[in-house]
Design a protein around this ligand. Sequence first.
Ligand SMILES: [Zn+2]
Length: 254
Amino acid sequence: MGKKKCIWCLSLEQEESFKTKAHTIPKSLGGQSYNKNVCDKCNSYFGSRVEYKYSIEEALKEGFNISRRMMLLSGNPKKKVGGFKSRYFDIRERNGNMTLKVLPSFRFNEPFQKELCHAFKRGLYKLFLEELNRQKGLGFDEKFNIIREFSRYNKGDLPVIYFDRSVGIFMSIKREAETPILLFDRMKYLYSNEKFVEIEFLGHVFGFPITDVTEEDFKNYITNSKELKLGHFNGWKKIEKLIDIDIALSIMKG
Ligand SMILES: [Zn+2]
């Protein structure tokens, strides 16, 4: 009798199969770790074009692919791990320089931007819950149901805060672009409590609630978080469109 339980649909091993590898960080972004507590049905859901013209994973990759490529260029990687063919951006590298062309399939109109951002946010929450579970064995608790509903069942809309950097990215993080990892509470400027979490991934810093919160919880969170970020970040915003994120990490060009 198996003991596994899916972190997403909460099915047991007797009910669903757990044969395929569920990468917590997409393989084409260099991800090497996978979560054993994701059933095949849920794993395939995140990789399939069910609600959108792209999968949740593809939306996540579009948001991180450019900055990863930029970091790889600046860090002289020894080997190439993973590669993602974007459908929205044409990235060319020549003699250590990168040129970025926005393809016609990427639209700046509001409905498209909002939809893509919605899918990206669901992917970000997915990455978080699967890594939390993989690293700390947490995530089955009822308090995380809002994440399951949002990421797996597309119910509701959860906020994601994006913090705008004012200083560059630490070399140690740049070096991780080849095989990016998600570390909790690594930097002093990352603030987390029992209701909110902040993560840094490929140079981008995001904050979001991990359970039901009140307006007051949110205000307190922002106050505490801003304090820690003085001198490192300019400001924050709730992302509504994918272009609210500095997907090309413009700070690296400076
Ligand atoms: Zn499942």
